[in-house]
Design a protein around this ligand. Structure first.
Ligand SMILES: CC(C)(COP(=O)(O)OP(=O)(O)OC[C@H]1O[C@@H](n2cnc3c(N)ncnc32)[C@H](O)[C@@H]1OP(=O)(O)O)[C@@H](O)C(=O)NCCC(=O)NCCS
Length: 332
């Protein structure tokens, strides 16, 4: 029997309508469009403003878009993985809520918390279930309402993040397409530089934690920046060397969209020209787990069957990794 590979066979997405511009952020904190564009490269980000709407609402819309585009019935889905660090609530998993909202009743589902590496860790997980022959249709949905954990009085974090969701379908293929390899890594020591201080079992929510704004994302920007630049590039170069591929063999690098300078440094280390790099940070900001599938969704029409693609991510944990895949379909 021919080897089974796990191939992405469709991409869907949902973005909230509201655009939070640098001009508006400049009225909230002491910053400017010029500083944000120079140091980060973000012009605007989408924000889910509607009262009572959560991560699962965006995730469900992305999954509906995916199922419609790929002609997949909800009953055919075997498994759904939701990559998120902004679940609707601590219990239950947001994946279960998304499955319920999209009428996916024959699947089991769970959340995967790997922050900005959430999509690539989920793709590696889905790959196992597809390659083993156990499942035929796995949905990965990366969805984040980052605005729910960002302090809009903190100029060092609030310009960075945005809300959004994107979903992919992963199916078996016996052709020369799909996930070829991945390298994923973590370093728990990195937690000190990027975390949320309260609301977990270490420090449950209290009047004090709310007063001290300890339910917002805490980040030491420079330490995260340095680790992201070196780790993301190292692992992307490692996977290229392992498979003896050079920049000229690669159609696209799809890097996590955290900071334009991190994206450029990663591409430089890989010897890849800017033309081969998917970039949409300017319009969506850092949507954490959703950045990579949102890039695939934005660039879908430019992708051709057999294209060599390198995905690379770095995030809280620390978590990081790189995936080497061959794109499975021509533009439809
Ligand atoms: C957050 C980040 C943009 C800050 O950029 P930086 O060049 O490292 O800036 P620094 O933190 O060294 O701060 C430099 C100065 O700019 C100031 N500054 C920070 N944010 C600012 C803003 N939005 N507007 C204006 N000034 C700002 C700082 O207060 C500091 O001022 P000081 O020198 O008077 O103390 C950058 O560190 C970064 O992108 N880090 C990685 C973030 C990330 O990717 N996180 C997600 C996980 S993947």
């Amino acid at each position: 029997m021919a080897n089974i590979r796990a191939a992405i066979t469709g991409v869907g997405a949902f973005l909230p309508e509201y655009r939070l511009t640098n001009e508006e952020i400049s009225k909230m904190v002491d910053t400017s469009d010029e500083w944000i564009m120079q140091r980060i490269g973000i012009k605007e980000r989408r924000i889910l403003k509607e009262e009572g709407k959560a991560t699962s609402d965006m995730g469900a819309r992305a999954v509906e878009n995916l199922l419609e585009k790929t002609g997949t019935s909800p009953d055919e889905v075997d498994m759904l993985i939701c990559a998120t660090i902004t679940p609707d609530m601590n219990i239950p998993a947001t994946a279960n809520i998304i499955a319920h909202k999209t009428n996916i009743h024959n699947a089991w589902s769970f959340d995967l918390n790997a922050a900005c590496s959430g999509f690539i860790f989920s793709l590696s997980t889905a790959t196992q279930f597809i390659e083993s022959g156990r499942y035929k249709k796995v949905v990965i949905v990366a969805a984040e309402k980052m605005s729910s954990i960002i302090n809009y009085e903190d100029r060092t974090t609030c310009p960075l993040f945005g809300d959004g969701a994107a979903a992919v379908l992963v199916e078996p293929s016996t052709e020369d397409v799909g996930v070829i390899d991945y390298i994923n890594r973590v370093d728990g020591l990195g937690r000190h530089h990027l975390h949320i201080k309260a609301g977990g079992s270490l420090k449950p929510a209290s009047e004090e934690t709310v007063k001290n704004k300890e339910h917002y994302l805490y980040q030491e920007g420079q330490a995260v920046f340095k680790a992201a630049v070196s780790s993301m590039a190292d692992v992307a170069v490692e996977i290229m060397e392992k498979h003896n591929i050079s920049a000229k063999d690669i159609a696209w690098l799809v890097p996590h969209q955290a900071n334009m300078r991190i994206i450029e440094a990663t591409a430089r280390r890989m010897g890849i020209s800017k033309k081969q790099v998917m970039i949409n940070i300017r319009k969506y900001g850092n949507t954490t787990a959703a950045t990579i599938p949102l890039c695939l969704w934005d660039y879908e029409k430019q992708l051709k069957k057999g294209d060599n693609i390198i995905l690379a991510a770095f995030g809280a944990g620390f978590t990081w990794g790189s995936t080497y895949l061959k794109w499975a379909y021509d533009p439809k």
